[in-house]
Design a binder for this molecule. Structure first.
Ligand code: RIB
Length: 279
């Protein structure tokens, strides 16, 4: 099966990212000077949808944008990126917003105000028609549970860090977390779990046992915002194609690393061809 034939549904949040460059990230109680404030499209769900589309999957974004100017702007970005927006809803609640300081090394902090992302509904969305449904935890947990229940194959990027109901974990075909998110999860009951390690790549576990590990290619890092989203999207696209966990790990680690070469979450997402040429 070619990547273009795979259907991926991404259920999640879209945000306007307000990104500020600074020398060092602020510590609690500290005031620092920043520069270069920019507005960029973001949100883990929207980022993952755009990344999956760039990688060649037939991708739909299932989410809820505000009817405000930010919502219109986010919708335009999704559509220009080749993401289907048939199931993208609108609400009078303001669109989601994220405040993101980024330091000289490309590291970041993120604070999200969910806004309209909390109004998402899965009523009449044909989730069962997607080869894979990919979800994160920036939308209400009831929505994530419903998505898991109704999907043929369900991949959860358990981000941001929060407590995850056991019932949800049991319905996941794959759970993807970063190192800090993995601290709050018991990996042992999970049949397939991937832990991302930033510049150290990622590891794949079966029932808590390490099965495979992959280092990323070395690239000049501008900004790590959204690299985890590209990783999750790439891994989900591989699941939809029927690739093995080891193949998926190599592909996703490479895609995630390439996404750090440009500014903003959606600014430097690689194509399938680029990822393969680096593997
Ligand atoms: O993963 C990066 C994303 O997290 C940002 O785009 C921000 O909007 C938050 O959702």
């Amino acid at each position: 099966m070619t990547s273009g034939a795979t259907r991926v549904g991404v259920v999640g949040g879209a945000n306007v990212d307000l990104v500020i460059r600074c020398d060092d990230l602020p510590r609690p109680g500290e005031t620092i000077l920043g520069r270069d404030l920019v507005r960029l499209p973001g949100g883990k769900g929207a980022n993952q949808a755009v990344a999956a589309a760039r990688l060649g999957a037939d991708t739909s974004f299932v989410g809820c944008l505000g009817t405000d100017e930010n919502g219109e702007w986010l919708l335009g970005h999704l559509q220009r990126s080749g993401v289907h927006t048939t199931w993208t809803q609108r609400s009078s609640t303001p669109s989601g917003l994220a405040l993101i300081p980024v330091d000289e090394r490309g590291e970041n902090l993120i604070i999200v105000i969910p806004g309209s992302n909390e109004e998402i509904s899965l009523n009449s969305v044909p989730l069962e028609e997607f080869d894979v449904v990919l979800c994160q935890l920036e939308t209400p947990i009831t929505v994530v549970l419903e998505a898991a229940r109704r999907s043929q194959r369900f991949v959860l990027n358990a981000a941001p860090r929060t407590s995850v109901p056991r019932e949800l974990l049991e319905m996941c075909d794959v759970v993807i977390v970063n190192e800090s998110e993995s601290l709050t999860l018991d990996l042992a009951p999970l049949a397939h779990c991937v832990v991302t390690l930033g510049s150290e790549g990622a590891q794949y576990f079966e029932h808590g046992t390490l099965v495979a590990a992959q280092q990323p290619p070395r690239v000049p890092v501008v900004d790590t915002v959204g690299a985890g989203d590209v990783f999750s999207a790439a891994y989900a696209v591989c699941c939809a194609r029927g690739d093995s966990p080891a193949e998926a790990l190599t592909y996703a680690v490479t895609a995630g690393a390439l996404a750090t070469r440009g500014a903003g979450a959606q600014g430097s997402m690689p194509t399938d061809q680029e990822v393969r040429s680096w593997m």
